[in-house]
Design a protein around this ligand. Sequence first.
Ligand SMILES: Cc1cc2nc3c(=O)[nH]c(=O)nc-3n(C[C@H](O)[C@H](O)[C@H](O)COP(=O)(O)OP(=O)(O)OC[C@H]3O[C@@H](n4cnc5c(N)ncnc54)[C@H](O)[C@@H]3O)c2cc1C
Length: 264
Amino acid sequence: MYDFAYHKPSSLAAAVSLLSADPDAKFISGGQTLLPALKHRLNKPTSVVDLTGIAEMRGIRREGNKLVIGALTKHVEVATSAEVKAAIPALAQMAATIGDTQVRNRGTMGGSVANNDPAADYPAAVLGLGATIVTSKRKIAADDFFVSMFTTALEVDELLVAVEFPIPEKAGYAKMRNPASRYVMAGAFVSKGPMGLRVAINGAAACVFRQTDMEAALASNWSPEAAAGVKQSADEMNGDIHGSAEYRAHLVSVMAKRAVIAAG
Ligand SMILES: Cc1cc2nc3c(=O)[nH]c(=O)nc-3n(C[C@H](O)[C@H](O)[C@H](O)COP(=O)(O)OP(=O)(O)OC[C@H]3O[C@@H](n4cnc5c(N)ncnc54)[C@H](O)[C@@H]3O)c2cc1C
């Protein structure tokens, strides 16, 4: 690891001004992605701004027909929250399957969503539920947030503060894990609710995306068979030592079918 300065502000404004003053600084939340990147020298920030002292970024609360989850909420807190289990059980179930015990006890929703790893779980829920990202500057619809691999609409000095999830009538998630890393090879999050019928696919391509052919098929026939009947093209799927593009394309239909079964 290289040397870097360390700051721990206690307000959003202070965190933002530290980043505005130094474009080579980085935010850190759970450190489950950033610290390995620093150790491998993939990232070389001049300073690290620790967000864990900012109270405004914490907490899970129900506000009418939406669930608001603070960016600093750890995966284990989402997995075990009675509020999340009651409102969006698929989200709690998803959180319970992220990484391992250590990752779930340190990693945060905000860090995962801001990082936009193609193989991460939460981006599928955010896009699949049509959530809204609350930042230190504005609100961004999920459809406009995930731009490309490890890239989002967030600006360098913009903080992800919370995610607002509309509460769906039904939702389900299924994924095929890489047996070694446990990251997603291909996953599908389906939902029906105030944001319409949505199918988000993660793990399979460079960035989480909506499978609009499946959404159309499920809109006319909400059934596992309708999801499985839509074949994903392999054209823009990831292909690597863990699985070919054709294999991942096949998994997309299988995971969507299982997600619809999970949703009920
Ligand atoms: C062994 C292992 C297994 C894992 N398995 C999985 C898995 O199965 N599924 C899965 O989804 N993830 C997995 N992860 C990743 C894990 O979920 C991380 O917690 C998550 O990707 C990043 O969250 P974090 O809070 O640790 O972020 P950090 O590592 O602190 O930060 C990640 C990035 O986001 C930025 N950032 C952090 N918080 C904010 C914010 N509030 N606003 C703006 N930018 C911010 C940082 O600057 C950094 O660039 C795994 C990680 C490890 C180490």
